[in-house]
Design a protein around this ligand. Structure first.
Ligand SMILES: [Zn+2]
Length: 106
């Protein structure tokens, strides 16, 4: 599965049309929240007994400032809050777009 086209609308919505004809939309806030980088994963899964901390920049609407291919399997998506380390694999983007966090079934 690979993107046939990828477009950014108003810096707030990423639209990917996949090779199977499915078109999926990814709001900037969703992508930022689901950022798969090590830093964000750690923040979303804090030590037992602690809760995730809401950073000031997360309370503001975020925009997508850059979408760059990484090799032939992923995209690096950068955000207006200065976060630039998220690498979103095609597989991960497919799961996000379908709204199925487990990715079970195929
Ligand atoms: Zn991140």
């Amino acid at each position: 599965m690979y993107p046939e086209s990828i477009a950014l609308k108003e810096r707030r919505l990423l639209v990917i049309r996949w090779s199977d004809g499915q078109q999926m939309q990814y709001p900037a806030g969703l992508l930022r929240r689901e950022c798969p980088c090590a830093h964000c994963l750690e923040r979303r899964e804090p030590p037992p007994g602690q809760l995730p901390i809401l950073q000031p920049e997360e309370a503001r609407p975020v925009e997508i400032t850059s979408v760059q291919p990484v090799g032939n399997y992923a995209y690096n998506i950068q955000f207006s809050d200065g976060h630039t380390t998220g690498i979103y694999t095609l597989e991960y983007l497919r799961r996000l777009g379908r709204g199925d966090p487990t990715g079970s079934g195929s």
